[in-house]
Write a protein of this length. Structure first.
Length: 285
């Protein structure tokens, strides 16, 4: 087989693979949005849920989804980025750093339901937080940490070493070089990693079933972190499996469509500025 023929076959294979992925995504969007969009209304998006009567909304669940996401990122970002900077800049190659890296890799492969059971035992029972927003946020931040650590380390290592050397040669301290040179240069990759983590957190349910609970506060919006915090993804699971409300199927279809729209819009709002920033930092390439 000639090299040209091999190249054509490889090109055809990769184009076919990309087309299959696009078709699968389009099928998901068509099925979920086709069934769910007719169920969406302002009253559904902002209204309170109903346990018995038809016509309830998902306003508190939508609010809790973003509130728990915000709290989890508030906890995980400083720790995850700090650990990634340590591994990329300060850590020496020894047994301790090898153990840290192996631990990070192991944690990133742990199923989310295991984190949920861990959070239930530690935060709900042992620490006495019960089913609460803060318990769910802390547990969710543990799920995010391994990805954030790996993304930060790889993003900093992808910055040309000449940036680091030039900064130090001009008299900068390590912290100044990290804060003013390395982190800004690696920002597009960091934003991409944070977007992936946030999107996964918005759709997470297994963790929050065991830590944030299956109910919402009587007040809306409720900023009390100790109140129960059912999210939109958990509500979707609940109405499909245990709800007795007459329009449970319609609520599930609407919740699925709304959750999908929220995740897509969230990724676009972060992803598009990230691409623009990346082009500016790379000279428009």
């Amino acid at each position: 087989m000639t090299s040209k023929m091999t190249d054509r076959i490889a090109t055809l294979y990769f184009w076919a693979t990309g087309a299959v992925i696009i078709l699968i995504l389009a099928w998901f969007l068509f099925r979920i949005l086709g069934d769910g969009l007719p169920m969406l209304s302002w009253n559904f998006i902002t209204g309170k849920p109903s346990e018995i009567m038809a016509g309830g909304g998902v306003g508190p669940q939508l609010f809790n989804s973003f509130y728990i996401l915000f709290l989890s990122l508030l906890i995980s970002l400083p720790i995850g980025i700090g650990a990634g900077v340590y591994l990329a800049i300060y850590a020496k190659k020894n047994r301790f750093t090898d153990i840290v890296r192996v631990s990070v890799e192991a944690l990133s492969s742990v199923p989310s339901i295991v984190f949920g059971l861990f959070g239930f035992l530690l935060f709900v029972n042992w620490m006495g937080l019960k089913f609460s927003i803060i318990g769910g946020a802390i547990t969710l931040s543990l799920l995010n940490l391994p990805v954030l650590v790996r993304v930060t380390e790889e993003a900093i290592k992808s910055v040309p070493e000449s940036y680091w050397e030039a900064s130090l040669a001009l008299g900068s301290t390590r912290w100044q070089a990290i804060r003013k040179v390395l982190l800004p240069a690696s920002l597009p990759s960091l934003i991409t990693g944070i977007t992936l983590v946030a999107g996964r957190a918005l759709g997470e349910s297994a963790i929050l079933i065991y830590t944030a609970g299956l109910s919402v506060s009587r007040f809306f919006p409720d900023l009390n972190p100790l109140s129960m915090g059912e999210t939109l993804s958990v509500h979707l699971w609940y109405v499909q499996s245990e709800a007795i409300v007459p329009d449970a199927k319609d609520i599930a279809k609407g919740s699925a469509a709304l959750l999908l729209i929220v995740v897509l819009v969230f990724n676009l709002l972060i992803g598009i500025p990230s691409r623009i920033l990346q082009k500016k930092l790379s000279g428009g390439k």
